[in-house]
Design a binder for this molecule. Sequence first.
Ligand code: ACO
Length: 330
Amino acid sequence: MSYYSRIIGVGSGFPKGVMTNQDFEKFLDTTDEWIRTRTGIETRFIADRSKGETTVSLAELAVQSALKHAGVQGSDIDLIIMGTVTPDTVMPCVANQLQARIGAKRAFTFDLQAACSGFLYAMSIADLYIRSGTVRNALVVGGETLSSVTDYRDRSTCVLFGDGVGAAVLTRSEDDQHRIVATKLYSDGTYGDLLCIPHGYTKVPTYSAEYREDMHKIKMQGGEVFKLATRNMVEASKEILRENKLTTADVDFFIFHQANMRIIDLCMRTLNIPVEKTWLNVAKYGNTSAATLPVCLEEAWKAGKVKPGDLILMATFGGGLTWASSLVRL
Ligand code: ACO
């Protein structure tokens, strides 16, 4: 008997506070017009730690909403994987804390770091456990409070990022008509310096003399990242289609990592995909890293743009460098 992983529920969690492009104009040498035309971003949600908004609290919102959508309880979950580079604490990890909050007593749990690719990396691991028969129900979660590692004096990065978490419930199924069809994961550590957080961990810990607060923030060579993001998401999409003997015409819906509208637009044009076949929300949320794919999936599903049986191609790209693509038959 063959087992497959089926996505049966999705959810998201965002902070209450919204930061607009006009808010940046008040303290930064930038304009709403520059941000909109260069990135497509208009607003982003920013966590308020003083009100208890953290990666864990946003993840709990996302997970509760995904469990409700799926019609399962925390106690039904066997595995929780959280993709994040902004955990509340490194130990315990976010997934451990989620386990406690939702009462997933029998689950085993861990975080993984693959930056914006965290959701597809986590989904691919959960899929392997489910197909092996070891796990029946898994929670795959991705997201961040990137505001905690954003330098609000650096206009070339701070306007891009937002906070939020997305989650999906995967379940074991014997029905090959609704399943994760394939996932391709990639990384290239030789480009690590293009997008990084240099200080704050073990190489330069916060208590060392060399520690600089401004180096405990995201550093990015935007132009290089832009080119690699576009090239790699296109190639990863083509490769997964080729390996599964499919073409873009066989795919009902496409979801690309929401980092910059120009990157998404270039990917869509290169792959010759019409805009009606994708979901865009970068204008509202900015780049929320590992959250963007599950949040798009949730919004598209709940809006009726995708329905069970549809074939969905997802592609992402992030720090590491990491990138990934996936084909899901919803
Ligand atoms: N407001 C006004 N001017 C700005 C701003 C700003 N917020 N930011 C940069 N500029 C200026 C620059 O200083 C530069 O000025 P100069 O010509 O006088 O030197 C000018 O605008 C052009 O800068 P570029 O960097 O060439 O602008 P570009 O069109 O490349 O856009 C951007 C910059 C938006 C960062 C783009 O490179 C980008 O989106 N890169 C990819 C970023 C990304 O997707 N990262 C995340 C992927 S991985 C993950 O999701 C974590």
